[in-house]
Design a protein around this ligand. Structure first.
Ligand code: URA
Length: 247
């Protein structure tokens, strides 16, 4: 068990500078294990404690966060009778309560967040939060400027409402086109259905990012790593930097 001072912990977790977090603590805006703690010197065990600063939980210790480069051929589920699941790829720090945040199709690869943090998952998946997700894809057909316009406007894919504006970037338009697309919703098979609607099937699909979280290029399909504290902090606070895609 290692103890840490409350102000140091909050500064380490990038809630603010040491003096900013001291002010926050003294103002009664920080809870330690459900109680307001106004003492910046208070020592506690982060592995065993829940810390909430300005209504945002900062006690990551009880949670695990993994980024998996999902390979094709496995399902985004916790169990399945036919296919391997994404959890089969997690070997270290594996806990029974882990689950994938959202779904990628059986034949889609790329970024998948796996965690046991239900609150964060709920936040990231909530339709009202419009979390941008960027994919790259190979498309059977020439993707045109008219497609870009249609995707930006919103289109009919057989749902009650048209799709929300999506940002489509054509990297190479040819018999087989290479594109990047950012969507802010997550309808079933959404990207495949959007391209089906313009008569150009998706041949390959890979997710590159979800909100602030970017796929680590060093991860081969099937490999994973823990998220860094900064990645967890940014996901929780949804700090999109200037380079992040939005719709
Ligand atoms: N859209 C799709 O069609 N499939 C995915 O796996 C993700 C988004």
């Amino acid at each position: 068990m290692s103890l840490i001072r409350l102000d140091k912990y909050l500064a380490d977790m990038q809630v603010g500078t040491r003096s900013e977090v001291k002010k926050l603590i003294r103002a009664g805006k920080v809870q330690l294990n459900g109680h307001i703690c106004k003492n910046p010197d208070e020592k506690f065990d982060p592995e065993q404690s829940e810390v909430v600063a300005d209504h945002v939980p900062v006690g990551y210790a009880a949670h695990e966060y993994f980024m998996l480069n999902k390979p094709r051929g496995c399902v985004s589920a916790t169990e399945d009778s036919r296919y391997p699941t994404v959890l089969d790829y997690i070997t270290d720090h594996k806990r029974k309560d882990l689950f994938p945040v959202g779904r990628l199709d059986l034949d889609t690869e790329g970024l998948l967040l796996i965690t046991n943090d239900g609150a964060l998952a709920h936040d990231l998946l909530s339709p009202s939060k419009h979390i941008p997700k960027t994919y790259e894809a190979m498309i059977d057909g020439i993707v045109t400027a008219a497609d870009v316009e249609l995707f930006a406007k919103g289109m009919d894919i057989g749902e009650k409402k048209p799709t929300k504006p999506a940002k489509l970037v054509v990297l190479k338009a040819n018999v087989i086109s290479h594109i990047q697309i950012t969507i802010c919703e997550g309808k079933f098979h959404q990207i495949k259905r959007m391209f089906e609607a313009v008569g150009k099937p998706v041949l390959e699909l890979k997710r590159l990012s979800m909100g602030t979280l970017m796929l680590d290029e060093d991860l081969a399909p099937g490999e994973y790593r823990s998220l860094t504290d900064n990645e967890i902090y940014d996901l929780r606070h949804r700090k999109l930097d200037a380079n992040s895609e939005s719709c």
